[in-house]
Design a protein around this ligand. Structure first.
Ligand code: BTN
Length: 246
């Protein structure tokens, strides 16, 4: 991981550059990292605020020989790698909110965006975008983000070396990815669940078709969230924003 690193000062989005590199046959493990993104993208067509020299804005290209339904597993593994890297760099204990938000004190510190290119039975490439808020201060955020976003620096009261964090993150990811390719998803699923904030709690899942309230039971091997409603029926949720009940 990270043997082919494209470093950029300012880009629209590292995802966009990764797409071009995928098209140009860039090998697995190619990383695109930028100091600033002018139109960083988030899930569900949201914007991702990516100011200069403050965070880690990177995309990595993977080419696993797997069928497309396995793709969400890679997002979950990435979340575990980010949590472990933050734990190694700081004394903080981040938590994962399904599917892929990483929170500190209930506020978002990291987002992960996965974009898949596949034919019917094989993944051709997968681009995993990771945005980690590292050295921003509260006043650096637009007002609407202040109640919901945080940075490592805000939470641990010190400035961190972003290059070091990137290095640790790539090592953690490589280790987990190798374990996954050798042993399958099960050990990674257990790790993911050990960091997950939502499992066992009552949540509301807002999907494109409506909302569902119930208890989060766990995830399936495909990374699908299982929610049990008040009548005891278990629903599978593939994509949603979730809200935790206090
Ligand atoms: C989300 O939580 O909505 C996902 C945010 C993903 C942000 C990262 S930053 C690097 C990469 N490039 C982008 O434009 N987005 C991802």
């Amino acid at each position: 991981m990270g043997r082919h690193i494209h470093y950029e000062e300012s880009v629209e989005s590292t995802q966009k550059i990764a797409q071009r590199l995928v098209y140009e046959e860039a090998p697995e493990g190619t990383i695109i990292i930028a100091e600033e993104q002018l139109s960083g993208r988030g899930r569900m067509d949201r914007k991702w605020y990516s100011p200069k020299y403050t965070g880690i804005w990177l995309s990595m290209i993977l080419r696993p020989n797997l069928p497309p339904p396995k793709a969400p597993q890679l997002t979950l593994i990435t979340a575990v790698a980010v949590v472990q890297a933050i734990e190694e760099m700081t004394n903080l204990t981040p938590q994962i909110k399904w599917p892929n938000d990483i929170l500190l004190n209930g506020k978002k510190v990291t987002g992960i965006l996965t974009e898949l290119q596949a034919d019917a039975d094989r993944i051709k490439s997968i681009i995993i975008g990771i945005g980690i808020n590292v050295n921003q201060q509260v006043e650096d955020y637009p007002e609407e983000l202040q109640p919901i976003a945080t940075s490592l620096s805000i939470e641990c009261n010190q400035q961190l070396k972003r290059a070091e964090l990137v290095q640790i993150l790539l090592l953690k990811f490589e280790k987990l990815y190798t374990l996954y390719l050798e042993k399958g998803f099960y050990p990674l699923k257990l790790l993911w669940e050990s960091y997950a904030i939502s499992i066992g709690r009552n949540i509301t899942a807002r999907t494109v078709t409506g909302s569902l309230y119930g208890k989060a039971m766990g995830i399936t091997d495909d990374g699908v969230l299982l929610i049990e409603d008040s009548a005891g029926k278990v629903h599978q949720v593939y994509s949603a924003d979730i809200e935790l009940e206090n």
